[in-house]
Design a protein around this ligand. Structure first.
Ligand code: HAM
Length: 421
């Protein structure tokens, strides 16, 4: 046990971290294009925030939270998602006073106690954005298009964007009642979870994965047919904006999402080759959350993308870029007596911005050349007794194989000139 990472967690080893950096760099670049600024919040928050923000009846809160009491008797929870925490930070630091619209993004670990399988972990990473302040459907369109553009830029095609509206506190209660009326006679055929959802959260029955529940709810009324005028106009406008931007979407009246804060727009992006964990992105509008957390009413929308799932998808499709581990120079002293000169050269090269390394294992020159090849290094700077005596370095261009005796102090220039060629 001591030598095994906890179930549902993964080490990101040096061989894989470049893939993460690649995804994160693409994320940061897209966020720059769209004007979203990074926010970093703590990995744990007061438990109350998630109870209030996400909803006590949701699976995430009732079954999946890592909650603990700290030494000061406070109940804290490792964040299962970041929307509630961003809202908390938005209010705590009065970001609303800085501008009418706050466009924020985050990348970081989230924690859910769920049954691990491929694509589902107990510690996983999300990239998410939250736009707080705008109620217009153009904001929804921007958020959705950002997600689509990111995934496309990474090379993922065949994505499916599912879209729905889950209404607002005005129209949803009416729909809820209509749905309960429709299902009331058939509750016995529902799975245990859905039976308990019937009173507490009946809309969740619609997206239960159990085929029996899907059968029971076939023919149930659709929320899009029960939307109030405002929600309906919002949804129609959003659809027209997406169509005008050339974004394909599929209307899915059963898409309700697993977190209670959603209002109006709900969306999910699926990548079918991932199988059962095919949801790579989920999001929606949450116009009531900021007020629920104690602030002024602030219409908001966002999404989160599961980065492990993106990585799996990119691996599957062979879309990860080749990692370049190469360095500019390998410094190779011959004999212990020349190590100090070599070390000084190494330090100078690095100070001047070249990627450089040397042997720290007392290898002979043959071993050092092997190491240089393994990187691979573009140049090897060899310092033997003769070179040391003359204040010179034997510089070998590993591509051409040409060796040249160069003044120690001129090595840097020589390398840079050759690299520019
Ligand atoms: P979510 O649908 O719970 O939404 O999660 C978003 C994405 O995180 C999922 O589509 C999936 O890719 C990934 N994900 C979730 N759970 C796991 C897991 N156990 N293992 C691996 N990946 C996982 C939210 O979290 C909302 N906060 C999104 C949002 C932001 N809505 C508005 N703003």
């Amino acid at each position: 046990m001591l030598l095994t990472a906890p179930r549902g967690t993964q080490d990101i080893l040096p061989g894989a971290s470049a893939n993460w950096q690649y995804i994160e760099a693409t994320v940061r670049d897209i966020c720059r294009l769209y004007g979203y600024k990074e926010i970093r919040t703590p990995v744990f928050e007061h438990t109350e925030l998630f109870l209030r923000g996400i909803g006590e009846t949701t699976d995430v809160v009732s079954k999946e939270m890592y909650t603990f009491t700290d030494r000061g008797e406070r109940s804290l929870t490792l964040r299962p998602e970041n929307t509630a925490a961003v809202v908390r930070a938005f209010l705590e630091h009065k970001l609303y006073a800085e501008s009418l619209l706050s466009k924020l993004f985050y990348i970081g670990p989230m924690f859910r106690y769920d049954r691990p399988q491929a694509g589902r972990y107990r510690q996983f990473h999300q990239f998410g954005i939250e736009a707080l302040g705008s109620k217009g459907p153009a904001m929804d369109a921007e958020v959705i298009i950002l997600a689509v553009q990111l995934l496309e830029r990474l090379g993922l095609n065949d994505l499916k964007l599912f879209l729905n509206s889950v209404g607002c506190p005005e129209c949803r209660p009416l729909y809820r009642t209509a749905l309960q009326e429709n299902l009331r006679e058939k509750t016995e055929a529902l799975c245990g979870d859905c039976q308990s959802r019937f009173e507490r959260n009946p809309m969740r029955i619609l997206d239960c994965k159990n085929p029996k529940c899907a059968e029971v709810s076939t023919g149930a009324p659709h929320i899009v047919d029960c939307l109030c005028e405002d929600c309906n106009a919002h949804f129609e406008h959003l659809k027209s904006l997406l169509a005008a931007a050339g974004i394909d979407f599929v209307l899915n009246p059963r898409l309700v999402r697993g977190l209670d804060y959603y209002t109006k727009t709900a969306f999910e992006i699926q990548y079918a080759p991932l199988g059962s964990q095919s949801a790579v992105c989920g999001g929606g509008r949450y116009d009531g959350l900021v007020a629920e957390c104690g602030g002024q009413s602030t219409p908001s929308i966002g999404f989160a993308i599961g980065l492990e799932r993106i990585l799996l998808a990119l691996e599957k499709q062979g879309l990860l870029p080749e990692v370049n581990n190469g360095i500019d120079v390998f410094v190779a002293p011959i004999g212990k007596e020349n190590q100090s000169i070599a070390f000084k050269l190494l330090c100078d090269l690095r100070k001047n911005g070249l990627t450089a390394d040397m042997d720290f294992m007392d290898r002979n020159i043959k071993g050092q050349m092997k190491q240089a090849n393994k990187y691979p290094a573009r140049f090897v700077a060899i310092i033997g007794d003769e070179e040391a005596l003359q204040g010179k370095v034997m510089l070998k261009n590993m591509q051409s194989g040409i060796q040249e005796l160069v003044d120690n102090i001129a090595v840097q220039n020589k390398i840079q000139l050759e690299m520019e060629d």
